[in-house]
Write a protein that binds this ligand. Structure first.
Ligand SMILES: [Zn+2]
Length: 256
């Protein structure tokens, strides 16, 4: 883990590389750190050991290892150190990149999303899609489940660090003095992971509705039809083992 403060007592924690093969986080941190006007941030490059080996994790998925502890593998022991490093920060932005070709999205969890501050932080991020993970995916062991206020953001892995850095800066400005809200958000509540065995063809796109009764994949020569309306996300994300995608429903806030 590498921790670096850009100013004294920074209020924002920027986390990158919880997953060692997601180098975008470190690139964005480098970009943010090189800004002439110092941002009020503490940067945390999380899983350096996994980065060196260019793997998602070594013993356990770090973003499923919080709060961690003394026993266990590398990530279990690293998790409490990360939480300790972030203790003084008022809020956290945790940067990820995905092998899925999907649009950028803010990721929160059912527990975390109950907090008003978290919902306000989400509103400050200039990204339109919000994914609310449940415990079928995060197991309540992700970083953002264990900090006072935090969100993760997923970017496509080939995104330029500069454009991601600009989004992070704008989020900080919006959540700070400006109190500007980026409205027009779509909220996707995760239902469960979906595994299609022997699939030869997928006929669905991330964040595009699959209507009840329509065919969304061909497996073992047969069309598979939807039992109910859903939205697939994280299609072909390699980090999610034994999962073709995650399925979600779209929700309207206030009717949660
Ligand atoms: Zn990740």
């Amino acid at each position: 883990m590498k921790v670096f403060d850009l100013v004294e007592s920074p209020e924002v924690g920027i986390v990158g590389c919880l997953h060692g093969n997601e180098k975008l986080g470190a690139q964005v941190i480098r970009t943010l750190s090189s800004r002439e006007k110092k941002l009020p941030i503490r940067t945390v490059i999380a899983n350096e050991e996994a980065m060196k080996r260019d793997v998602r994790y070594i013993d356990t998925d770090l973003n499923r290892s919080f709060p961690g502890g003394q026993g266990g593998g590398i990530e279990e022991r690293l998790a409490p150190k990360i939480l300790k490093a972030l203790e003084g920060c008022r809020y956290i932005i945790d940067i990820h990149s995905t092998t899925s070709g999907m649009a950028d999205c803010v990721v929160t969890t059912t527990d975390s999303f109950r907090k008003r501050k978290v919902r306000e932080l989400i509103e400050a991020v200039p990204i339109g899609k919000v994914v609310i993970m449940n415990k079928s995916i995060g197991k309540r062991r992700s970083l953002i489940d264990h900090v006072r206020c935090g969100v993760s953001i997923e970017f496509s892995q080939d995104r330029a660090a500069e454009s991601v850095a600009a989004i992070v800066e704008r989020s900080i400005r919006n959540f700070g003095e400006d109190r500007r809200r980026h409205s027009r958000k779509e909220y996707f509540k995760v239902l469960r992971p979906l595994k299609i065995k022997d699939s030869s063809k997928l006929m669905m796109k991330d964040f595009r509705r699959v209507a009840k009764g329509s065919a969304f994949a061909v497996a073992a020569g047969k069309k598979i039809r939807a039992d109910y309306d859903f939205y697939p996300i994280f299609i072909n994300e390699r980090g999610y083992k034994d999962t073709t995608c995650i399925i979600a429903k779209k929700i309207v806030l206030g009717k949660r």
